[in-house]
Structures are given as C-alpha cells and as structure tokens.
Design a protein around this ligand. Structure first.
Ligand code: ADP
Ligand code: MG
Ligand code: ZN
Length: 418
C-alpha cells in the first residue's frame, strides 16, 4: 500500500502539478486505493475532485463519476482533458456523433473517467454497457443529494444503490460539503460505508477575513470596501433580483466594472456574464444566491453580503467562493435589523410548522454569527460540528486586537467594534 501511496503522490505532482496533499486528501485517497467504500466530507474548494481523480488514474478500468449538473461535468471534463487525462460524458447536451464517439471510446477502454447524471447511469442501456467493461470505482459527487435530510435531496440519487449493487467489485467513494450528522449517517447506510472510512476535513478557511458591519449607508460602505480592492475580482450578494438590478445600476453609474446575475436573466445572459467574470473582463458580479454553483475561479478576492443571508449554510458557501487559490480574501457582511425583520416576515408566511421551526433555527444561528463579540469562526465552525477554533485567529474583526489593523477598517466598522 505504501507503493500505491507513492504512486498517488507522483501523480499529484506529475499530472496535477501540486507539491503536497491537503490534510484529509491523503487519507481519503489511501482508503479508496485500499478498496474501502469511503465518505469524504470537505468544504467547497477543499479539493474533493482529486480524491477520485487520482484513484481513477491509479486503477485499471473505468471510474464512473456521478454528478448532478451538466455544467459541473463539462467543467471537469475540460480540465481533465487539458491535463491529458481521458475523460468523457454521456448526456443530452452531446450531438449524436459525439455521443456515439464516446460510446466507442468507452467500449475500447480509452476513457478513464466517465461523468454521468444519476438518471443516465440508471438507464438500462447504460447499465448494460457499463457491465460489459471493467468498472473499478464509482464516485458520487454532491452525495448529500442522496439524503432527504439534506438541503438538496434528489430522488434519482436515492436509486444509486441500484447502480452500486450492480458492481460489487467496484469501490464507492461519496463526496459532499454538507456535514450534518443525519445526512452523513444516511449516506453511509445507503452506500455501505463504515465509520472508519469516513473522513471529515476542517471547514475553517483560514485565508478568509470575516467582517460584519452595521448596515448604515450600505452603498457608501460598499464602495469604500470595493475601492480597497480596485481591479480585483469580487462578488456582491443581494437577497432579491430587484436588489441586484438596483445595485448594479448604481455601481455602473459610478464607473465600476460590474455585471448582474440572477434567475430573472435568460440563460444566455447569465452564461455570458459569468464567463466575463471568470475571464476577468469584468471586476464585479452582483448576484443572488443563483450565482456560484460550480464556478471555478480561484482568485476572487472579496465577497460582500449586501443583505443578511438566511442561514449559515448559504453564508459559508458564498464566502467560500473567495480565496480558493489560498491567498487572502475579504468577506464583509452588512448587518441590519431591517433584513432580520424581512426574513422573519417571510418565515411567518410559511404553512408547514416543521419548515417554520427549521427556518427560525437557521436564522438564529446566522444572527449568532452576526452579533457575536467573540471570534466569528466559532458559530461558523460549530454549525459544521467543530468545537475547536484556532486560538490564533487574526482573521476576523472581533479577533483583531492591534489598533493599527483596526484603523484600516471602515469607519462604521470601527464604531461597531468600539
Ligand atoms: P471541491 O470539489 O471540494 O469544491 P475542487 O476539487 O474543485 O474542490 O478543488 C478546488 C481547487 O483546489 C481546485 O482549483 C484544485 O485544483 C485545487 N486543489 C485541490 N487539491 C489541491 C492540492 N493538494 N494542492 C493544491 N491545489 C489543490
Ligand atoms: Mg466539487
Ligand atoms: Zn476570529
């Protein structure tokens, strides 16, 4: 097994160009290479893809990767092909020629990683095709979709046990960024994963500076903040589409390089705005929560929450889009009781008592983070089940002790802190 690990390390360096594994990656990859069904829980941007890509390269035979979104699959295939790794998809976005070509390559064993949506993988013709070739590994990305306790349950994911049971010799690896204990138990039970083969990475993102400021003259504060990051890439999240449109218009009038993103724009517009942001043709994206899933832009230097997020899950996912390259990034949350009132009003309209209780609980967790005088990381990491926080945090407004650093903050933030 040590030679397998050496092999994995060589692939990390030679194929992907990285010097070392991140903390939990190594354990996960070892476990998969040992043929243990494995559950990997790592935050977004933590590096889950390598945890199946490297075993896929080591194994003889095919690795099937289940993924919920066509855009996610296409991004990955493109990146792998650039690295000279043979990867392909079978889905409805392909022309019939492309589809046929991929089928032929598969049958000839020329594809190492095949990306499939769960409903495609379960089609009888695809299942029998896969049974005619050697499937070494089944990777289930976004595995929280399996669980009704998760926030994105998908019925097709629930049937993946049928896929897994067809290939008793293949090892399964499930990956997710959602760590609630119930979801974890559910995934392990359905996919036959033992507790020893569960790996949970820390959710701390030490390179993100977390700041909360009272929401007074929000627009002026936002401009001051953006000006500290002139020419850098940033995302500003608003609660509503009209909020996005208004803020985009104002910023544009004031000369900023900015585009909007929300579900009210047509697909083409959304795709082109996103593309311009990724290619650095525009500095700032103002967006609703619709923006971000599957975007791989490593050098986002700041995220502003213009409105209060509904829960820590969304806050964490959204700030997590900053600083993926590991360099410092700034996260500013503008916090006002008006927003709290709006969310409460929304919750009051809910009919389902259970949903109401959940939404209230989630809001209270978010408020605890916004209102705490202790380290901001405490409520954040406690949400993900971590009880210990590094004592050396200097990366949040509350932990900043020395006055020089405080004087760099915006005036309203100083008022808030004093
Ligand atoms: P996730 O799926 O967990 O959100 P990804 O697999 O997309 O994360 O990885 C996020 C980024 O981290 C990618 O740009 C990836 O290349 C990079 N990355 C992953 N592992 C390492 C590593 N060991 N060293 C350096 N960069 C890494
Ligand atoms: Mg991923
Ligand atoms: Zn702190």
């Amino acid at each position: 097994s040590s030679s397998k690990l050496e092999n994995a390390q060589a692939i990390l360096k030679d194929v992907f160009g990285f010097d070392s594994f991140r903390s939990t990656q190594q354990g996960i990859i070892e476990s998969v290479l040992e043929h243990n069904n494995t559950l990997a829980i790592m935050p977004t941007g933590g590096g889950k893809s390598l945890c199946y890509q490297i075993p896929a390269i080591v194994f003889d035979g095919l690795t099937v990767v289940i993924s919920p979104l066509i855009s996610l699959m296409q991004d990955q295939v493109r990146q792998l092909v650039e690295l000279d790794i043979s990867a392909g998809v079978l889905n409805s976005s392909l022309s019939s020629d492309e589809y046929q070509n991929n089928l032929v390559s598969l049958k000839n064993g020329e594809i190492k990683l095949l990306f499939l949506a769960p409903e495609t993988a379960l089609q009888p013709n695809i299942l029998s095709l896969l049974q005619s070739i050697h499937v070494a590994c089944i990777a289930i990305d976004e595995a929280h979709c399996i669980s009704e306790w998760g926030h994105e349950f998908r019925p097709e994911y629930r049937q993946l046990d049928q896929l897994v049971s067809r290939f008793p010799d293949a090892v399964t690896v499930a990956l997710t960024a959602t760590a609630t204990p119930r979801v974890r138990e559910d995934i392990k039970r359905q996919l036959n994963i033992s507790n020893e083969s569960e790996f949970i990475a820390s959710f701390d993102r030490p390179n993100l500076y977390l700041e909360v400021a009272p929401k007074e003259s929000a627009y002026a504060q936002t401009k001051t903040f953006i000006d500290k990051h002139a020419k850098q890439s940033g995302i500003i999240y608003c609660q509503s589409r009209s909020g996005v449109d208004d803020l985009t218009t104002k910023l544009k009038q004031d000369g900023y390089s900015v585009l909007p993103y929300h579900a009210g724009l047509n697909n083409q517009k959304r795709a082109s705005n996103q593309e311009k942001f990724v290619r650095d043709d525009v500095d700032i994206i103002v967006a609703t929560i619709a923006f971000g899933m599957g975007i791989n832009k490593p050098d986002v230097r700041y995220v502003v929450h213009y409105d209060l997020p509904k829960n820590i899950e969304s806050y964490y996912q959204q700030i997590g889009r900053a600083g993926r390259d590991g360099d410092d990034a700034d996260c500013l949350l503008l916090f006002g009781y008006g927003d709290t009132g709006k969310i409460r009003f929304f919750i009051d309209q809910m009919n389902n008592e259970h949903e109401k209780r959940l939404a209230t609980m989630h809001l209270n967790q978010m408020l605890a983070l916004a209102e705490t005088e202790e380290c901001r990381r405490l409520p954040l990491l406690q949400y993900f089940g971590e009880s210990e926080v590094s004592e050396t945090c200097v990366k949040c407004d509350n932990c900043l002790s020395d006055d020089k650093q405080k004087s760099d903050l915006t005036v309203p933030a100083q008022k808030f802190l004093s």
